[in-house]
Design a binder for this molecule. Structure first.
Ligand code: PBG
Length: 329
């Protein structure tokens, strides 16, 4: 493999040749769009840190889902912003929970759209943590793993009963996939898949999401349940556990600072792998583009292609609508 016999540039000379030897293909089939839903009617509130994203009410969100389906995007994932928050996050599993209302309405309008629900408590608790708070061994307030499992199970069941096509626990409690799988099976939902946020890191890149979902923790941070960014082997243990507990799809989150985790997980496990291109990854490029410092379309497509190249099959991304349009052109 030596110059001048080998010339790498021979296959880069024009667009046709480059197209012929391209190794990674991003498809609209890979995209899942995160959406935020709140109470009310005719609501469409812009999320400042995430241009082009909104808090919707059920009616406006349902109309938006028709557009999303028209673009060929196969799935959406819903995050609820309830009117009432309490210490136990009870609005997460009430019969009229905002996400349940949204699922029912969207499925009526778009039966073929895969409606996934995020199962977590941080949007529903007044303290903003992803579970029930109790004192830990050190005498500090912390999320109580086992007490939280019961509430997560109720939430997942409420979503299933409303007609969700898939549930996605993002809380990072130990054992939640097994408990949710069990409860779904006991209630006739044995065919409902679970997409587990398996390797979810305690990341600074969730900042804009917490504004969007109105869910910042009111004390401390999430590092006693989300993963330490420094760890890679631990991610493989988390994923292996979720698979053993019955996950159908496993996820790495965030995506771009963790492409090595995605690659390793893709090599290690055979399940479909998802990656969450999170709010901070999106906001950075939006902000740079707004300043004229970066070409948004090229940067976004490069990021999404990188996530696919690293080994993810599914990508949760706020660029899903734009990417669907760009992929058509
Ligand atoms: C928790 C959840 C979070 C995100 C998705 N699910 C926030 C958190 O853990 O604080 C972040 C997604 C993003 O930043 O785009 N329900």
């Amino acid at each position: 493999m030596n110059f001048p016999i080998t010339r790498m540039r021979r296959l880069r000379r024009n667009a046709t040749l480059r197209r012929m030897v391209r190794e990674t293909h991003l498809s609209v089939d890979d995209l899942i769009l995160p959406l935020f839903v709140r109470e009310g009617r005719d609501v469409k509130i812009a999320i400042k840190s995430m241009p082009g994203n909104y808090q919707w009410s059920v009616d406006t969100l349902t109309e938006e889902c028709r557009v999303i389906e028209q673009l060929g995007i196969p799935g959406v994932i819903l995050f609820g912003i309830p009117d009432e928050k309490d210490a136990e996050g009870s609005s997460a599993h009430a019969e009229d929970a905002i996400v349940c209302q949204a699922v029912e309405s969207i499925k009526r309008a778009c039966p073929d759209l895969c409606v996934i629900t995020d199962v977590c408590l941080c949007e529903y608790t007044d303290h903003g943590h992803c579970g029930i708070i109790a004192e830990n061994l050190d005498g500090n307030l912390d999320v109580d793993n086992d007490a939280t499992l019961d509430v997560l199970v109720k939430e997942a069941l409420a979503h299933a009963r409303a007609g969700a096509d898939m549930v996605a626990p993002s809380d990072m409690m130990d054992g939640r996939v097994a408990e949710i799988r069990d409860a779904l099976d006991d209630n006739g939902f044995h065919d409902l898949p679970i997409m587990a946020y398996s390797a979810k890191y305690a990341s600074a890149f969730y900042g804009p999401f917490r504004e969007a979902a109105e869910s910042p923790p009111q004390f401390g941070d999430r590092s006693s349940y989300q993963m330490d960014p420094a760890n890679l082997k631990e991610a493989m243990r988390e994923i292996a556990m979720d698979i053993e507990e019955g996950a159908d799809i496993v996820m790495v989150k965030p995506a771009l600072p963790y492409l090595d985790v995605i690659r390793w997980a893709a090599d290690e496990f055979d399940l479909p792998l998802a990656a969450y291109n999170v709010s901070g990854e999106f906001a950075m490029i939006k902000a740079a583009a707004a300043n004229g410092w970066i070409d948004e379309r090229r940067a976004a497509m490069e990021c999404l292609t990188s996530i696919k190249r690293a080994g993810a099959k599914l990508i949760l991304t706020y660029w899903a609508k734009d990417a669907a349009k760009w992929l058509r052109e």
